[in-house]
Write a protein that binds this ligand. Sequence first.
Ligand code: NAD
Length: 260
Amino acid sequence: MLLKDKHAFITGSASGIGREIAEVFAREGAKVVIADLNKEAADKTAAEFKAKGAQALGVAVDVTSEEQVDQAVKAATDAFGPVDILVSNAGIQIVHPVEEFSFSDWKKMLAIHLDGAFLTTRAALKSMYASGRGGSVIYMGSVHSKEASVLKAPYVTAKHGLIGLCKTVAKEGAKHNVRANVICPGFVRTPLVDKQIPEQAKTLGISEDDVIKKVMLKETVDGEFTTTDDVAQVALMFASFPTNALTGQSLVVSHGWFMQ
Ligand code: NAD
């Protein structure tokens, strides 16, 4: 098992990509914390994992709240000991052209993606540094950490910003054996993407099928969606990599939509 008894704190893990990462990590022996805004779904997910023999804990957290993040990490460390792996994954999408974006929606997007990453990183680093065991910080970026798309100004801005935070954490964390990396997925069929398909069809005046084929998957090499398991396998590599050689990096997993 690659993550035997490692404590993995994963935000937004009651659904989609985060949930799959938690499941893969639990299968590899990790103690997984399902930290999510949706407490009921977090508890249900943890219960399902426990029924399969995993060590799992559901905790309620709004990643934009300093107090809630600190409390959630405390509850997690009380239960499972120091944090070894942070996956800062919670996220939402709101799509509008820039000139129509409300300031409140702009701030909400930056708060979830950037404040959430900062607050969870700060809390996890304190635990990792104090334990002396080192650790791995993984940010859920996107192809939109490298590339822009219309209608997604705050998302693209925030996802680019995560790369800056990651590189700083990689430099500061090195002396504590803490690594930091970003995963940059292409489109993955989760509730976050399913919600966008009719919204984009309406805004762009095209069919939902065309949103999938001509917008989302147009630039891929094979017209395929990236899967939650594709992303979870990359997360497992970043979480289990044994040395500081792999730090400060961002890896795109997108069926070739974006090539570096
Ligand atoms: P999802 O909607 O399936 O899951 C997101 C989870 O985050 C939900 O359980 C939700 O309750 C939780 N969440 C939302 N706001 C929160 C908050 N303030 N505090 C705590 N939890 C909160 O979405 P997903 O597609 O699995 O997305 C996960 C991450 O992956 C996001 O950061 C997203 O930007 C990123 N991503 C997704 C795709 C994709 O195509 N689905 C592609 C690239 C990157």
